[in-house]
Design a protein around this ligand. Sequence first.
Ligand code: ATP
Ligand code: MG
Length: 552
Amino acid sequence: MSSVSSNFIQNIITEDIANGKTKVLTRFPPEPNGYLHIGHAKSICLNFGLAMNNNGLCNLRFDDTNPAKEDDEYVQSIMNDVKWLGFTWNGEVKYASDYFDIFYKCAVELIKMGKAFVCDLSAEEMREYRGTLTEPGKDSPYRNRSIEENLDLFERMKNGEFPDGARVLRAKIDMSSPNMNMRDPVIYRIVHENHHRTGNKWCIYPMYDFAHPLEDAIEGITHSVCTLEFEDHRPIYDWCVDNLIDVMDFPYRPRQIEFARLELADTVTSKRKLKALVDEGVVDGWDDPRMPTISGLRRRGYTPEAIRDFCERIGVAKSNSTVDAAVLEYCLREDLNMNAPRAMVVLDPLKITITNYPEGQIEYLDAEINPNKPELGTYKIPFGREIYIEQEDFREEANKKFFRLKPGKEVRLKHAYIICCDEVIKDENGKVIELKCSYDPESKSGSGSEASARKVKGTLHWVEASNALDVEVRMFDKLFIPGCTEEFPKNVNRDSLKILTNCKAEPNLAQAKAGDKFQFLRMGYFCVDNRYSSEGHPVFNHTVSLKDSFKG
Ligand code: ATP
Ligand code: MG
């Protein structure tokens, strides 16, 4: 398995180990308010990779401190995605909500130290008191409440005596701090809302900046890796841990380290925005093959190996940058080129009758499963008098560079014979509906005859008509308009799905199972859809194009 080889975080860990800190415990802490996306994959590969590289472990912890948006469906999907990516978390799955009693105790301890107070300012007043980046804030008039009064009010907040927003608990730090996050931040708020795990036990919930460092400290996380936007929050992270580590007897003093988040060009990686696409029915679910979610990539035909390879290649940086989607596609092609079996499917069929081939005769030809893995050998494909080729592989008028089929010229049918186009049949509108061709019986591929080695410029894929399997193939355009500078949702491409219902596949594909991936010769990589396929009737998603399509 690929691992996080060398980066600045690994260097910090190496130094820590050299200084006698022997264990490494990281965590991946998603909020279960949506499905994971490709950005999360980077965080997963990094956190689990650092643990694996250093004989350590990585916790999977759900940061479920915001009851309104969280749901068990998301918990299940996240666990599934992490496993699918190939990682195993340390022990049981963990939940921030398991620590609600401890968080409460921590808050009470801060009150007892005179380091937290109950504040009655409205949200709007609090904004006014907060100051700006250039002006210091003002102390809340409730800042000097006695410890007794604070303990009493906080307990009554917990007991449900006050409505949402009536009061909050704030840390008492410094209203003139240049860091806005240190200006007496809110650490608990009142939310009368059902929680996906604790039900209605609680009506006060801790804020992220308070809960997160404590979760890390409770679990004994050594290196708490997060994205750059939390750099300004590190002082409050440290403040929480340092003030509570002794009284709460935490097993370890965690350290927060920030890295640059992954941004993919022309893609949206925000659960909130992706949820809007699901809710509005622009896509058929979080796992729609066009979505940049892990489940969407999986349904599209991405492999865990390709995603891990991608995360490894892009590395870990300290400043934000955008990665081109072509890098992700490159990693996938590398994998599928080595591993996907080959097949022949005609997406836009044009019928050919081979006039000198015996009527009713079918012969079975050898086709290689994967030219990169000769050890896998060959399989049989039927050939007969009537076949299909792609419409675009025939042109009546074409210049010298068109090496596909044209009147009076020859092409090779892959794994089969050389044919010559003798006659073009059109309907009353002049549209080409059939070709009459003749084949050279001596030219069979691999037969060892002189004619079998005969070189013609073009080679086409094809499917024998009487055994052909009718399949549906789904082609995708980008879900977001490339280069579009409009804000979401105006950058959503509403025309990104094209369903081809008249495709002809070689009969072996009737056995294909959901998730199976193939290279359709000359057409790209495709994956059997897990929603629309049924026994014997695969529906294919276009996964990624071929690097060098050998269109002659
Ligand atoms: P979103 O904005 O999509 O809701 P989030 O950061 O709020 O993302 P969390 O569930 O809180 O989502 O994220 C879990 C972990 O994944 C966090 O440690 C977060 O830093 C990391 N993460 C999220 N998005 C990215 C990204 N684009 N690149 C790298 N890491 C990310
Ligand atoms: Mg978040």
